[in-house]
Ligand binder design. Structure first.
Ligand SMILES: Nc1ncnc2c1ncn2[C@@H]1O[C@H](COP(=O)(O)OP(=O)(O)OP(=O)(O)O)[C@@H](O)[C@H]1O
Length: 366
């Protein structure tokens, strides 16, 4: 077997609805056994991409390959897929067992084999013993487990999940997310997961595809997407960020000095985001920093060797395990996220904030 062949490949796919270009010449490869997430804001084309892979939609241009075979014209039922949707989509008049057996009955296997497969998959999703219940007798989380079991019982080549957790409450969503991750690794089935929830994507995936307005902005591992965003969109979409504007005043081979308000801020040259890395003195730029990368201290000494700037606390918000603290730095509001909290801090108190130049990102303004 040629192991270099991707399990799924999309080449130059374009899809248009009326005058709306929903996918704009996208290329995508999904490796064997990986869990790949399509992440992006509502309407960016995630479900359309999944539907091209499933065969519910056909691209206007471009092709889809599964296991190296062109399937552009192959109908969904011949693509050997398991699918789970946002709504539970179980047959309400059938028990859990009958729901799971629905796909198996079409195969020429004995009743004993059917039962064996159903028992195995129910154990995998921790639903053993509930096979005689009807969907209405199950909680939302249990129904989604059955939907996942039903997709897996036919042992598909590919598992496609379209926002399967978005109808569940936060706790269940978190629980089931971990289960999907465990299950996927246990079975090793190549999986494509659609979500607009960045935390879900980062915690689940081997690789994340960030989409925006019908285009792919970046495909990388979760840590690389978070720490090394390639575009301004990715940086802003993933996680929180503070931004401020300034003008370049000096450059050397490693550092760029930017005057932002009255402060001179130094940024590593490697931290330029975007294609345009041709920065010169006088250029207007935007600087970004994540709230967790801003150090906050009561006195100037505490966080040396960082350069610290005086700031005033304007708001404090307790998040359970950390504090979200808004500070004003020469009239500019910055959000800080910290676990290190000084009990004397309150609104109006002067503190000192600073950051590592390697944590600042710079984008040249258009
Ligand atoms: N059958 C259709 N006819 C016309 N427009 C459509 C059709 N399906 C999708 N669209 C449009 O295509 C765009 C992309 O839709 P898609 O469902 O792929 O987005 P999405 O990223 O999955 O969004 P969401 O997170 O809201 O589900 C949207 O503007 C949507 O309105």
């Amino acid at each position: 077997m040629n192991t270099t062949v991707s399990d799924v490949e999309i080449k130059g796919a374009t899809k248009q609805f009326g005058s709306n270009i929903v996918l704009d010449a996208i290329d995508l490869e999904v490796k064997q056994g990986e869990l790949l997430t399509l992440l992006g804001p509502s309407g960016c084309g995630k479900s359309t991409t999944l539907n091209l892979i499933a065969g519910f939609l056909e691209a206007d241009q471009g092709d889809v390959y599964i296991k190296g075979k062109k399937v552009t014209k192959v109908p969904p039922y011949k693509r050997d897929l398991g699918m789970v949707f946002q709504t539970y989509s179980l047959f309400p008049h059938m028990t859990v067992y009958e729901n799971l057996n629905f796909g198996l009955k079409l195969r020429k296997i004995s009743k004993a084999e059917q039962k064996e497969k159903i028992d195995r998959v129910l154990a995998l999703v921790k639903m053993s013993g509930l096979e005689h219940r009807y969907p209405r007798e199950l909680s939302g989380g249990q129904r989604q487990r059955v939907a996942i079991a039903r997709a897996l019982v036919v042992e598909p080549e590919l598992l496609l999940l379209d926002e399967p957790l978005s109808n569940l409450d936060a706790k269940l969503r978190h629980e089931l997310r971990l289960e999907i991750k465990r299950l996927q690794k246990e079975i090793g089935v190549t999986t494509i997961f659609v979500t607009h929830d960045q935390e879900e994507a980062l915690s689940l995936s081997d690789r994340v595809v960030v989409m925006n307005a019908g285009k792919i902005e970046q495909i990388s591992t979760p840590t690389s997407i978070y720490k090394h965003p390639k575009t301004e969109f990715v940086f802003q979409f993933i996680g929180k960020s503070n931004s401020f504007e300034g003008a370049v005043v000096a450059i050397d081979s490693q550092k760029i000095s930017v005057k932002a308000g009255e402060e001179i801020v130094v940024v590593d040259y490697d931290n330029i985001i975007g294609e345009d890395r041709d920065i010169s003195s006088g250029d207007e730029v935007k600087l970004y920093i994540r709230p967790e990368n801003i150090h906050i201290a009561s006195t100037r000494e505490t966080s040396a060797p960082l350069e610290l700037h005086p700031a005033t606390i304007t708001q404090m918000n307790y998040l359970g395990t950390s504090w979200e603290i808004d500070v004003s730095l020469i009239g500019k509001s910055l959000q800080v996220l910290t676990n290190d909290y000084d009990s004397s801090w309150r609104e109006g108190r002067e503190v000192f904030v600073g950051w590592n130049p390697s944590d600042l990102k710079l984008i040249k303004k258009e």
